[in-house]
Ligand binder design. Structure first.
Ligand SMILES: Cc1ncc(COP(=O)(O)O)c(C=O)c1O
Length: 388
């Protein structure tokens, strides 16, 4: 029996989400954290059991042969995504932002361009800047309350020094699932301009009922030779602390290029991460199948709550638990919106950190127990009650 309503006190556990919400000036004892992307749920029991076996064994030396991990990952991709991968495609990383850094270093030179669709997960911009590359932001248009890429505008703005395109699929924030046609169009643009396509699919298991994620490698096979797909168990199973992910690269020459940077940094496998990730890929299906209806019900509660507050609108999540709320209709400045959220004790991610398009938006992480989400929504309604 999986109980996502269980009250689990995460305070005082080195939790970034709970113990770190002071950065939003909300009190640690009464604040509600709806920011960084982890969930408040206990992870799947096969993962606990694998960890327990390690604890019982008690010897935690260097991790060696990873073939069973690779087989478990391949099994998951076949079973859940209809995607056949070869074991040798995978290069393990210290989380996926680490993967992005290695790819930047392997596939571009300082000053060269890396394309992103903005607003997007803020670590994309952070890691591009930290590596002295130029971020090329292609604004996502909002139509019918959904994000849309404008590839014509992007193509017209290219200067020729763009080496990489970071695609977030499904998209964070807002949870847009890209269609197979959209993926093909992005792939074709990359082919035309000799750009390496990085498909960050860390959220690809967290798809709401009624929606279908498309693996870029399957939707756009024409781009295979210049494609790097990023996957992990970290978001899916709420084990982001394992800082373990994989780059899947079918082109041996491209894989070799990235592997060289990985070796230069001496990135090696973390025993705890590898064993927990393997257990997740091996036996996490039941937990995930129970999680998604729960998140879907949270989505409905969230949407209804936002709809009841004049001036606020939310993109309907097709995937992920990271809802994108537009406050523009309130007529308030970012400062005013932030003050009201802070005063209500709500720690949410500020939209402008995802790109300039997010100036009057906020990202809400709705992956908590429903009663807590309901309390957060009451506080939100109270904070903007003068608009009623
Ligand atoms: C699109 C995307 N990629 C990567 C990450 C983080 O990956 P990691 O914690 O493995 O570095 C996140 C976390 O929210 C994310 O949303």
């Amino acid at each position: 029996m999986i109980d996502f309503d269980e009250v689990i006190d995460r305070r005082g556990t080195h939790s970034q989400k709970w113990d770190g919400m002071g950065r939003y000036d909300v009190p640690l004892d009464t604040g509600i954290p709806l920011w960084v992307a982890d969930m408040d749920f206990r992870t799947a029991s096969p993962i606990h059991e694998a960890l327990q076996r390690m604890v019982d064994h008690g010897v935690h030396g260097y991790y060696g042969d990873d073939s069973s991990f690779r087989a478990a990952m391949a099994g998951w991709m076949t079973r859940r995504h209809g995607w056949e991968i070869e074991p040798e495609w995978a290069l393990q990383t210290h989380g996926l932002v680490n993967a992005l850094a290695m790819i930047i270093q392997a596939c571009s030179a300082p000053g060269e361009g890396v394309i992103v669709f903005s607003p997007v997960y803020h670590a994309f911009g952070r890691i591009i800047a930290a590596n002295d590359r130029r971020m090329v932001e292609s604004s996502l248009a909002v139509r019918d309350n959904r994000f849309h890429m404008d590839l014509n505008a992007l193509e017209g703005a290219l200067t020729g020094d763009e080496r990489l395109l970071f695609l977030c699929s499904p998209h964070n924030p807002g949870g847009r699932v890209w269609t197979a046609d959209e993926l093909r169009d992005v792939a074709d643009l990359c082919l035309r301009h000799d750009i390496i396509l990085v498909s960050d699919e860390v959220h690809h298991d967290l798809v709401m009922p009624g929606h279908q994620h498309h693996i870029t490698a399957r939707a756009a096979p024409q781009v295979t030779d210049r494609l790097i797909t990023l996957v992990a168990t970290s978001k899916t199973f709420n084990i982001a602390g394992i800082e373990t992910g994989s780059m899947l690269i079918s082109n041996p020459a491209l894989r070799q290029r990235v592997a060289k940077v990985r070796a230069a940094m001496s990135t090696s496998n973390n025993r705890f991460g590898m064993i927990m990730a393997e257990a997740a890929y091996e036996g996490g299906d039941e937990w995930l199948d129970a999680l998604m209806p729960y998140l879907d019900a949270n989505r409905q509660l969230f949407n209804a709550s936002i709809a009841a507050i004049p001036g606020l609108s939310v993109m309907d999540l097709e995937a992920t638990y990271l809802a994108w709320v537009d406050f523009a209709g309130t007529g308030m400045s970012r400062g005013e919106i932030t003050t009201r959220l802070t005063d209500a004790g709500l720690a949410v991610s500020a939209g402008h950190t995802f790109g300039p398009e997010g100036e009057l938006c906020m990202r809400f992480n709705i992956a908590c127990r429903r009663a807590l989400l309901a309390e957060a929504m009451e506080r939100l309604a109270g904070a903007f009650s003068d608009l009623q």
